[in-house]
Design a protein around this ligand. Structure first.
Ligand code: UDX
Length: 432
């Protein structure tokens, strides 16, 4: 059992904290937001994440998990300090490391001998050495305090599962004995552990996300081509997926990827490539296909309602960037809603988890709390997030509420045959 501090109680920090406590470690999780710390200390989870409430209450009642305000207090007692603070996208596309740097400066003077500081948030190549340098400059002894990169590969919505059943654990450190100490934190997990130099560990994270984004843009491009040649992208993806070198995962076409990772991490990797003098045109293309895919959904909807959006009422189902999360960051649904509003449409939306917050972010977007109400008098309905509940609604009721029975299903979630039998005009992505 180790004493662990986790700095940052966001998606990554919170998941890391509850899971490490579940694995038997004593965890102090710090955040600067006093209200968040107070709520977490009472067992209230501020985000929608499967399994998190249960592990939070387990951690609190076993007393292995405690929340505090401020990084110093947490770091002073730890053998391992996980940095889980945000690394948002700066204007030039690079990852903004100012929170990481500030925390490193803050904790440096209080770190104990032998403590390992672990970069968990996604940070660009060079960040392990940067944190080591800042700690040294700010009062920590370079010989006594070491830094390792240990990137997370958590998907929102399934982050607890992903943490406890990882495909791999990556640890990047110049000193193998430090890497071994970090690996012991994960001893009870059944996963391959890969120890590398810091730069390679940092690159593994970016390369993995960029590759997954590439798969999505690739299948979106194939879907668009399928529409032109009357093929069905679902059959194509299935036929490709049986090839084990390709696999079935991440071949679902849609409105383009979004979320807190892929857009930001692809931008940061493009920035890294530019700085390194490498023309990463493949990645440029991936990002451009994704941007175009959002626009393509707006164009499809425009065509479905007869070419003019001004003055039309449009109904949207789903606003989060994917299902089973309440995260709206870089959600394609919000990009599409804004475009529709800019074109003069009246846009009304329903989302099972994040409607109210979306209404506060997108001026002019009307939010309702019922999937049928959203359809009343609308010229078309568009499914923007693949929430399972949308499959099981009463489509007779939906048809009767709409002004015209027109559906744009950007997630290929619904059954086109069944909808057409009910009198709908149905359009998906990459299939007729
Ligand atoms: C991703 C990575 O999967 C995870 O390993 C990393 O740590 C963080 O980024 P996340 O952003 O939670 O996780 O979501 P993910 O399930 O990967 O989906 C990302 C985006 O791609 C979503 O907008 C999703 O709708 C889209 N997507 C995913 C597709 O359009 N098609 C697919 O086949 C898969």
């Amino acid at each position: 059992m180790s004493d662990v501090a986790v700095i940052g109680a966001g998606y990554v920090g919170l998941t890391t904290s509850v899971c490490l406590a579940h694995l038997g470690h004593r965890v102090l999780c710090a955040d600067i937001d006093e209200e968040r710390v107070a709520r977490l200390s009472k067992g209230e989870v501020p985000i929608l994440e499967d399994g998190l409430p249960e592990l939070l209450s387990e951690g609190l009642s076993s007393r292995r998990l405690t929340f505090v305000v401020g990084a110093r207090q947490a770091a002073a007692r730890a053998n391992f300090v996980f940095l889980c603070v945000p690394t948002p996208q700066a204007d030039d596309g690079s990852a903004d490391l100012s929170s990481v740097e500030a925390v490193a400066r803050e904790i440096a003077p209080v770190l104990r001998r032998g403590t390992v500081v672990i970069n968990k948030s996604t940070m660009p190549v060079g960040s392990t050495r940067l944190v080591q340098r800042i700690l040294g400059e700010s009062g920590a002894s370079i010989e006594e305090v070491r830094v390792a990169s240990n990137p997370e590969f958590l998907r929102e919505g399934t982050s607890v599962q992903d943490f406890l059943n990882p495909n791999r654990v990556v640890i990047g450190c110049d000193d193998p004995s430090v890497a071994v100490r970090v690996s012991e934190l994960y001893r009870s997990l059944d996963a391959p552990i890969l120890v590398t130099d810091p730069a390679s560990a940092e690159m593994i994270k970016y390369a993995s996300n960029a590759f997954l984004a590439t798969k999505i843009s690739f299948v979106n491009a194939i879907a668009n081509l399928c529409e032109a040649v009357d093929a069905d992208v679902r059959e194509v993806a299935l036929g490709m997926g049986y090839d084990q070198r390709i696999g079935f995962e991440f071949l679902h076409p849609g409105p383009g990827y979004g979320g807190s990772c892929f857009p930001k991490d692809t931008a940061a990797l493009r920035y890294t490539a530019r700085r390194a003098g490498y023309a990463f045109s493949l990645l440029d293309g991936v990002v451009e296909v994704n941007r175009r895919q959002h626009e393509r959904m707006v164009e499809k909807l425009t065509a479905l309602v007869g070419g003019e959006l001004r003055g039309r009422t449009l109904a949207l189902w789903g606003l989060t960037f994917k299902a089973n999360t309440d995260d709206l960051r870089d959600s394609p649904a919000l990009v599409i809603a804004r475009r529709l509003l800019d074109a003069g449409a009246h846009v009304r939306a329903y989302d099972p988890a994040a409607g109210e917050r979306a209404g506060a972010i997108v001026p002019g977007l009307e939010i309702v709390s019922d999937p049928y109400e959203v359809c009343i008098g609308a010229a078309a309905l568009s499914v923007l997030t693949e929430w399972d509940e949308f499959r099981w609604l009463d489509f007779d009721r939906v048809r009767d509420a709409l002004e015209a029975p027109v559906v744009l299903d950007t997630r290929n979630l619904l059954d086109p045959g069944a909808l057409r039998r009910l009198g709908f005009t149905y359009e998906g992505v990459g299939r007729s």
